[in-house]
Design a protein around this ligand. Structure first.
Ligand code: URA
Length: 208
């Protein structure tokens, strides 16, 4: 699938296995999700625009690199929040917008209940964050909102994706780049990913 990037690094996959394990307790779940998010940041920023600058080493002048675009992280409430601290470890200066959104099951229209984005968001490198890409309902709703704000290039960072969710996003927005640690088998009748890891928000926040 074009624009689907599955990051198969062994460190990442070992940590994902910890998250999948139903015996993993809340504190370890939170910590491990954060660590995975940090590791995935390395890949998702691979094509971030850079400029070249001169730098003086103790021995001579050479050419170095600086990132030339601000980064905006946009977690989808609430589970997306669980990945933000890990990403900020590598991108400490990133701005963080928030989107609270779901897709109304009857009208299929996105219902936005919270939105706060930095003013210059459309000039930044935007990473939309939600650990589970299941039906794609909230991802699609969030992407629609961000597109309405003029954001053209969008990177979607998740942890586990279902083929149904990837298809739903790419049918409507083929140019959105989806980064995931795993493409799982399918959704069950309740919209949970199989084998998945259960409800990420509930496991993060102890609301199961
Ligand atoms: N959201 C989750 O947290 N888990 C799933 O399996 C599907 C959606």
């Amino acid at each position: 699938m074009n624009n689907l990037f599955i990051i198969e690094h062994p460190l990442l996959q070992a940590k994902l296995t910890v998250l999948r394990d139903k015996r993993t307790k809340r504190q370890e779940f939170r910590q491990t999700l954060s660590e995975i998010a940090m590791l995935m940041t390395y890949d998702i920023t691979r094509n971030i625009p850079v400029s070249h600058v001169k730098v003086e080493t103790p021995l001579e002048e050479t050419t170095g690199t600086v990132l030339n675009k601000d980064v905006t992280l946009v977690p989808i409430l609430r589970a997306g929040l669980g990945m933000i601290d890990g990403i900020l470890e590598l991108l400490p200066d990133a701005r963080v917008g928030h989107v609270g959104v779901y897709r109304d099951k009857k009208t299929l229209l996105p219902v936005e209940y919270y939105l706060k984005l930095p003013e210059n968001v459309k000039e930044t490198f935007v990473i939309l964050v939600d650990p589970m890409l299941a039906t794609g309902g909230s991802a699609l709703a969030a992407i629609e909102i961000l597109r309405q704000k003029g954001i053209k290039e969008l990177n979607f960072l998740c942890l586990v994706a279902a083929p149904e969710g990837v298809r739903a996003v790419h049918e409507k927005f083929p140019d959105v780049k989806i980064f995931t640690a795993a493409l799982d088998r399918q959704l069950n009748e309740h919209g949970y990913i199989l084998p998945g890891l259960g409800d990420a928000g509930d496991r993060l926040y102890g609301t199961e």
